[in-house]
Design a protein around this ligand. Structure first.
Ligand SMILES: *[C@@H]1O[C@H](CO)[C@@H](O)[C@H](O)[C@H]1NC(C)=O
Ligand SMILES: *[C@@H]1O[C@H](CO)[C@@H](O)[C@H](O)[C@H]1NC(C)=O
Ligand SMILES: *[C@@H]1O[C@H](CO)[C@@H](O)[C@H](O)[C@H]1NC(C)=O
Ligand SMILES: *[C@@H]1O[C@H](CO)[C@@H](O)[C@H](O)[C@H]1NC(C)=O
Ligand SMILES: *[C@@H]1O[C@H](CO)[C@@H](O)[C@H](O)[C@H]1NC(C)=O
Ligand SMILES: *[C@@H]1O[C@H](CO)[C@@H](O)[C@H](O)[C@H]1NC(C)=O
Ligand SMILES: [Zn+2]
Length: 934
């Protein structure tokens, strides 16, 4: 929470506790874990998944023999530079295929004697020269051996060139290839995106290389440590514009209708950060940052509607912030950011040419909500953080992805805070990363942040690294370290790291070395162990601890926190006793007050009771209310405290006006809603929540003058959305009528939408939920007509709120038709439908029935794909559903689960835990809600 609170003596004590327990936890954690591991290994054959091993199984039982059977390059050849020419065709050829052609010459050095050239190439049709797929020549003194044989290896995605003689160590050669590939609509490699403007279909050629798709665009040494210079030429039609990582230096018309655009040579960089775009997009630009060219590109209509302006406004300040924070100038001569109609991830940090989903870059001052605006700021801040961390200095291999993504996910809050200082962005990490990853990392099927290099080889294993643990745990663990050694020292170490390894590659311990050095250069900072040793405990083992403070004795203990009480196997490990923790009378202790420690906190029952009474009398004294609530609910889930104790943390909410505690409570109550919305408990729950939300609803009604004004504070605006959404679904008087009348007014006059931008998501969803086919069809028409991506996205989500089964089934079918729902949005639409209590069984049947098709279309490497399984199964809490899930796993072994493999294991574990939880808690929860709602 970013507000200034009254600080009592007791809060001061709380702060002290934080420091002590963070330290103690860090030191003792490894011991607790080691014991546990030993115990688990001592239980053979109990069927428990070995949670620390890599979950993606090898697809075949295959023992590699030849160099080209390995997924990793042999390392005997090192690229220096590439000359690449690409020519994407934006009209289909006579067979109806969209294609691109091109050629590439790679200059490479031989560092180990070899008669093999092994280079990545995937799904490219290579031109043959005298029967071989490439031409080889020597550079300078070197003479190239002749090519004996060449062939493609589909499984490992290589072009292999066998030479008649060995290449000489130290000599440099040039390998030339010419190729043709498909410009498919599969969002991978060099692909095409389509949109309609003024009734005309437009085609865009664009690219997504991370992690292993550069090899689908031209033959290359496609590993992040194989950095090289790239000289890019793009051939394209007149009337279109070509973009790449470097600034365009020359564009000449060559024949009709062809234009040749040459780009300045890139810096030394990794293949996964390359980008190529040909489009008829237009741009707006500024060069306020020391003449650095900053441009925002999008569809002409979007730019004309000034949807790019906000992104342009914040990019300059965010770049300036990072230049100062990293103490290093922006490494390139330009910064382009492009909004694409079809894009799989949220955004991609291609060096100098960052690509985005439209919703992550475009903002309409009239039509977009505050949430849309915050997303734009955060995503830009995240991607620009990578321009240094990740792009200038790159991790050697994908096993260390967590450091790259975790780092950007942490500092994105700092950059966004600089661009929008009134938003209190830094507080939001607690909701969006900390609590999110606490939920996943509390499972026995979690995994450590760090993986060994040789455990991550195949493309599917690499894709699986892009998960919540890497992003969010990486972020909160780095934030904890930064706060622990203090932010200035962290920034100094970081800057030394970036300057030392600029244009090179690292492993994660290189960062620890530089942070350690920064600590040693700062005599005021004392840490009890090296940065390496401290961080190993957070990165090499999965999970996090729960620290228990017993205020009767002053004893502090800790153990590994696991959501399923039965997978817990360690006795509490005593950390220390601290007389400051011993309190009596009205005294109380509160730990982890600024929630920078990645652990949960439990207290003795007396201290809990004192904290609860403080909540009811003077809640603002407790600064970390959101975390108290989240800890209590999760400790109850793990059976460490009584469920009713957790529920009691919500009793004061009728007085709460702040967003972050409310949001935290709602997310935790959401679990109760999911578990019970098909049972009698739901009626009592609704009555209780209705009583609690009513004052907040009235509060916003008053401060917005009967819903006509927008609340001032940034997070107050979010809280207003919660107030309306919950009030309507819990049946607060006047809420549904209000929403229906707004939506009705819009239906009567579609060109004039009277609903305030911030409230649209909630209003659309509620109106469609309370309405029928007419409301739904209206939303569908408006969805198809929307020219602002975030508006389309709101409608797409709201249409999943209907309670009418046939509408939901029809909507599910639409997700398989890319002319109705874009491929990039298919899996998330299915998830929205599953979120709805009526839609859940429909979505589950739909996915089961079409698994092999869906897997084929979306399963190979997309991040959102693993969310599909976890999304659909969130409500699973019966023995029958567990059996269905297990059967689904068995039935589809032959098809596979790709990047959803881990998600499936987690779903089985979660369902098992849910069944147990519901059985044990249903009666007492019903009783509690019933008593408290009257
Ligand atoms: C690459 O292709 C372009 C366009 O077809 C052509 O102009 C150029 O000469 C080719 N480069 C080489 C080295 O073959
Ligand atoms: C590549 O070659 C194969 C085999 O000749 C052919 O079937 C395929 O259509 C070609 N790809 C493209 C994009 O033309
Ligand atoms: C961008 O900045 C300009 C100049 O400060 C301002 O007038 C404009 O309203 C800003 N645009 C947006 C969308 O924030
Ligand atoms: C939980 O609290 C309730 C109400 O205070 C009590 O009846 C119940 O026995 C407690 N359960 C446990 C396991 O302590
Ligand atoms: C809000 O509406 C109520 C009832 O219609 C009215 O009495 C009140 O004056 C209105 N308040 C404002 C600020 O418009
Ligand atoms: C659809 O969009 C166009 C262009 O934005 C607009 O002129 C038209 O009024 C819209 N139709 C409806 C039904 O809103
Ligand atoms: Zn990132």
């Amino acid at each position: 929470m970013g507000k200034v609170y009254y600080v009592s003596q007791n809060v001061g004590l709380g702060l002290l506790v934080l420091a002590v327990s963070a330290l103690a936890t860090i030191i003792a954690l490894s011991i607790a874990y080691d014991k546990e591991k030993a115990k688990n290994q001592g239980k053979p054959g109990d069927g428990a998944a070995d949670s620390t091993s890599m979950p993606t199984p090898s697809t075949t039982q295959f023992t590699p023999k030849e160099p080209w059977d390995y997924y990793r390059l042999p390392g005997s050849l090192v690229p220096v530079s590439y000359d690449v020419t690409l020519w994407p065709r934006l009209e289909p050829n006579k067979d109806g295929l969209y294609i691109f052609t091109g050629n590439s010459s790679v200059v490479f050095r031989c560092v180990e004697e070899t008669d093999l050239i092994i280079i990545h190439s995937n799904k490219l049709n290579l031109t043959t020269f005298n029967g071989h797929h490439a031409k080889l020549s020597g550079l300078g003194e070197a003479t190239a051996p002749t090519i004996k044989k060449s062939w493609l290896v589909v499984k490992t995605e290589y072009l292999v060139v066998q030479l008649s003689n060995r290449l000489a160590v130290g000599a440099t050669y040039v390998l030339h290839t010419e190729f043709l590939g498909e410009l498919a609509d599969n969002l991978e490699g060099f692909y095409r995106s389509e949109y309609v403007e003024d009734g005309v279909k437009k085609v865009v050629a664009t690219s997504q290389m991370q992690a292993t798709y550069a090899r689908k665009t031209f033959p290359c040494f496609d590993e992040p440590a194989m950095k090289a210079l790239f000289n890019i030429i793009i051939i394209h039609n007149q009337g279109t514009v070509a973009l790449s990582n470097g600034r365009e230096i020359d564009s000449v018309i060559e024949g009709v209708p062809v234009k040749v655009t040459t780009f300045e040579p890139t810096e030394r960089m990794s293949t996964y950060l390359l980008a190529f775009i040909v489009s008829d997009f237009v741009s707006i630009q500024s060069n306020q940052n020391n003449n650095l060219l900053i441009r925002i590109w999008a569809r002409k209509k979007a730019i004309d509607d000034r949807q790019g302006e906000y992104a342009l406004n914040v990019t300059g300040p965010i770049l300036q912030f990072y230049e100062r924070y990293y103490n290093a100038a922006y490494p390139l001569s330009k910064s382009d950011q492009v909004a694409l109609p079809d894009f799989n991830a949220g955004a991609m940090e291609n060096w100098g040419l960052v690509t985005y989903r439209e919703t992550a870059l475009l903002y309409d001052p009239v039509l977009s909500s505050t949430g849309n605006k915050e997303r734009v700021t955060s995503v830009i801040s995240h991607e620009l953080a990578h321009m240094w961390f990740g792009n200038l200095v790159t991790l050697k291999w994908w096993n260390d992805l967590w450091l790259n993504e975790g780092f950007a996910s942490y500092v994105e809050y700092l950059g966004a805070d600089y661009a929008e200082p009134t938003w209190n962005m830094k507080d939001q990490i607690v909701l969006y990363d900390m609590q999110k990853v606490f939920a996943v990392d509390a499972l026995a099927s979690s995994h450590p942040l760090s993986r060994k290099e040789d455990e991550v080889n195949e493309p599917a294993q690499i894709s699986e690294m892009f998960n919540t643990i890497s992003y969010s745990k990486g972020a909160v663990v780095l934030r904890m370290l930064s706060e622990f050694i203090t932010e200035p020292v962290f920034a100094r170490g970081l800057s030394a790291y970036l300057n030392t390894f600029a244009f090179g590659n690292t492993v994660y311990t290189d960062l620890w070395d530089h942070l350690q050095q920064a600590v040693e250069n700062t005599p005021e900072i004392f840490i009890p162990d090296s940065v390496h040793n401290i961080m190993n405990r957070w990165t090499l083992q999965m999970g996090f601890p729960v620290v228990t403070i017993d205020t009767r004795t002053g004893r502090i203990t800790q153990k590994h926190f696991l959501l399923d009480p039965d997978s817990e196997s360690v006795l509490p490990y005593p950390v220390n006793t601290n007389s400051l923790m011993r309190v009596s009378g009205d005294g109380w202790v509160l730990a982890n007050t600024n929630v920078s420690g990645y652990f949960r906190v439990n207290y003795d029952p007396d201290n809990w009771n004192r904290l609860l009474s403080l909540l009811s009398t003077n809640h603002q004294v407790i600064v970390n209310r959101a975390q108290i609530i989240d800890d209590a609910f999760n400790l109850a889930r793990a059976k460490i405290i009584n469920t009713t104790l957790a529920l009691r943390t919500t009793k004061y909410l009728s007085k709460e006006r702040d967003y972050i505690p409310w949001e935290s409570a709602l997310r935790n109550l959401d679990y109760y809603i999911l578990m019970f919305d098909r049972t009698e408990v739901y009626g009592a729950l609704q009555a209780y929540l209705k009583k609690q939300i009513q004052p907040l609803f009235e509060h916003f009604k008053t401060i917005t003058a009967n819903w006509t004004k927008i609340p001032q504070g940034h997070t107050d605006q979010y809280n207003q959305i919660n107030a309306i959404g919950i009030a309507c679904s819990m049946g607060v008087k006047g809420c549904r009528e209000l929403i229906k009348s707004w939506y009705r007014q819009w239906m009567e006059n579609p060109v004039h939408n009277p609903i305030l931008a911030n409230l649209k998501s909630t209003v659309y969803c509620s109106a469609i939920a309370f309405g029928g086919v007419e409301e739904w069809d209206f939303a569908w028409t408006m969805f198809q007509n929307a020219t602002l991506a975030s508006e389309a996205s709101r409608l797409r989500s709201a249409m999943a709120c209907t309670k009418v089964p046939w509408l939901l089934n029809r909507y599910l079918e639409y997700t398989l038709d890319p002319t109705k729902i874009r491929k990039q949005d298919a899996t998330s639409t299915v998830q929205y439908i599953a979120r709805n209590v009526v839609g859940m069984p429909l979505a589950w049947n739909f996915v089961r029935a079409r698994w092999s098709y869906i897997f084929q279309q979306y399963g190979k490497g997309s991040f959102s794909f693993s969310n599909l399984i976890s999304g659909i199964t969130r409500r699973f809490s019966t023995e029958f559903e567990l059996q269905e899930l297990k059967k689904f796993k068995e039935d589809n072994v032959h098809v596979g689960f790709g990047s959803a493999t881990l998600a499936l294991e987690q779903s089985i574990e979660k369902t098992t835990a849910n069944i147990k939880w519901v059985t044990e808690n249903k009666a007492s929860v019903l009783k509690w809600f019933t008593e408290e709602s009257t």
